[in-house]
Design a protein around this ligand. Structure first.
Ligand code: G3P
Length: 218
């Protein structure tokens, strides 16, 4: 399973990348706003840090303008993955970017298996179902992931399931159990994956006993 971080915070991305756990980055207009920087500068900086796909989102809602924005964003770096919304124009842009620009495309704002089916037919590299936002409205985000997985397996679609709007470490576990290809999670959620009270307790006990030996390694 690949780990992407869902942030435009360059400092966080640099730190997580140094851990060797990062396979890519996802951004969106809200995260660019939060970063306080310009989309081109922030995205370029991220692409210089991370070798894997870096999703940068178009904000146009009409096909022609989406394509113009896609061309512009693609020039930032070779590892830019163009993110388009799951609309008819977005799907048309997805197909065109894949066939004419030969670029990765992440189709975002997916909330149903049928939407994911359309994105796969449009040749999307990634589909981003938002599990947290489905849970927010008393749906079950993970049920949607499982259904998309089954549909993609039924037809051998190459589109990777990129689980987004991840809010908890349990979302990560459930996505992995279902066999989703990627999770994108906020930095704090990725860091929380390592935490276990018994690890902390066990380490403290080992260190206390080691101190009593009076030895040194090396
Ligand atoms: O990856 C999409 C993500 O940024 C949305 O997360 O928590 O705002 O639903 P959230």
């Amino acid at each position: 399973m690949k780990f992407f971080v869902d942030t435009a915070d360059v400092k966080e991305i640099r730190e997580l990348n140094e851990l060797g756990l990062l396979d890519g980055v996802t951004t969106n207009p809200s995260l660019i706003l939060k970063s306080g920087g310009s989309i081109v500068e922030v995205t370029k900086e991220i692409c210089d840090i991370v070798a894997g796909p870096v999703s940068a989102e178009v904000v146009a809602t009409e096909f022609k303008q989406m394509m113009a924005e896609a061309e512009y964003l693609a020039k930032i770096a070779d590892n830019i993955c163009i993110k388009v919304p799951l609309t008819l124009d977005g799907l048309k842009a997805c197909k065109t970017i894949r066939t004419e620009m030969n670029r990765m495309v992440n189709v975002t704002l997916c909330f149903s298996p049928n939407q994911a089916l359309l994105a796969a037919k449009a040749g999307a590299s990634f589909i981003s179902p938002f599990v947290g936002r489905l849970d927010d409205i008393s749906s079950d985000g993970m049920d949607v992931i499982a259904e998309i997985k089954q549909i993609y397996d039924n037809y051998d679609f190459d589109t990777e399931i990129l689980v987004a709007s991840v809010r908890t470490v349990n979302h990560v576990k459930q996505a992995a159990l279902i066999g989703a290809d990627v999770v994108t999670a906020p930095p704090a959620t990725l860091r929380a994956l390592v935490s276990h009270p018994l690890t902390d307790k066990g380490l403290a006990a080992f260190l206390a006993d080691w101190a009593k030996t009076g030895q040194k390694i090396g």
